[in-house]
Ligand binder design. Structure first.
Ligand code: ZN
Length: 162
């Protein structure tokens, strides 16, 4: 757990935007347009960035890491990277951009969903006039045993909505 992630968590706890129960953790980061309020130190850049929030330290996920991202207009992520063992899924929510993956470059926009194998060399840039919003999910490549209707179990439970 990093100091910066702790401070983001502390901020959410302080503002009562983090709720924990026996079997869940819920955090409310606010509108995506305000993601800049959470600073994060990036070791490979040796500086703080804003507009990217990693979720694992906040809600204690055990099977995936996830980040919520806001990339300003005209900005290219300042480095390419690959991964050791995690695949990534990028889910684009709003804006216009391009992904560079190995030798390919293609457009992404609201509704684009991209899976990358760990070894894929990737970069992203915002090609639009507005901010580009996306969520990136990391999980161990090859770890998915069962999914969708194979893993979901219907439970009879009386809900007291309040
Ligand atoms: Zn990555």
């Amino acid at each position: 757990m990093t100091t910066k992630a702790e401070s983001t968590r502390d901020k959410l706890v302080h503002e009562q935007k983090l709720k924990e129960g026996q079997s869940y953790t819920a955090a409310h980061l606010g509108k995506l347009t305000t993601l800049d309020q959470y600073p994060m130190f990036v070791p490979s850049l040796n500086r703080e960035v804003r507009g990217k929030v990693f979720i694992q330290d906040l809600i204690a996920t055990t099977g995936c890491e996830l980040s919520m991202n806001k990339l300003p207009a005209g900005v290219t992520v300042p480095f390419s990277h690959s991964h050791k063992e995690n695949e990534e899924v990028f889910i684009f929510i709003k804006g216009q951009g391009q992904m560079a993956i190995d030798a390919d470059v293609f457009d992404v926009t609201e509704g684009s969903v991209v899976r990358l194998a760990p070894e894929a060399v990737r970069c992203l840039r915002n090609t639009g006039a507005e901010e580009l919003y996306y969520i990136c999910i990391q999980s161990k490549a090859g770890s998915l045993g069962q999914h969708t209707f194979d893993d979901g179990v219907k439970v009879d439970h009386q809900i007291d909505w309040r």
